[in-house]
Design a protein around this ligand. Structure first.
Ligand SMILES: [Zn+2]
Ligand SMILES: [Zn+2]
Length: 91
């Protein structure tokens, strides 16, 4: 049986579970590109950058989509505040 050979520094190789330096670098670059694309999709509404596909008022809206509409911003602020107030140590 012939061992499958993956080219390192490719997304395919990373997806196969490889975590060598060049594959990790490619993966990080891809994540950054996705994030930049998502940020570029935001539109300005009343001076706030709002992502049209975000679920507003959720942590993912604020974090994943980088939405800064009033609902997402408030959710983020309250989430941080309640986590601090509850005194539960972070996992
Ligand atoms: Zn690799
Ligand atoms: Zn939002």
């Amino acid at each position: 049986m012939r061992a499958e050979v993956f080219r390192h520094g490719t997304v395919t190789c990373y997806r196969k579970g490889c975590r060598c330096d060049s594959c990790k670098a490619i993966h990080l670059g891809e994540q950054r590109a996705i994030r930049q694309r998502r940020r570029a999709e935001r539109v300005e509404v009343d001076g706030a950058l709002v992502h049209p596909s975000a679920k507003h008022g959720t942590a993912s809206g604020y974090g994943y989509f980088a939405c800064r509409c009033p609902a997402c911003t408030r959710n983020n602020r309250e989430g941080v505040a309640s986590r601090k107030a509850s005194g539960v140590p972070g996992r």
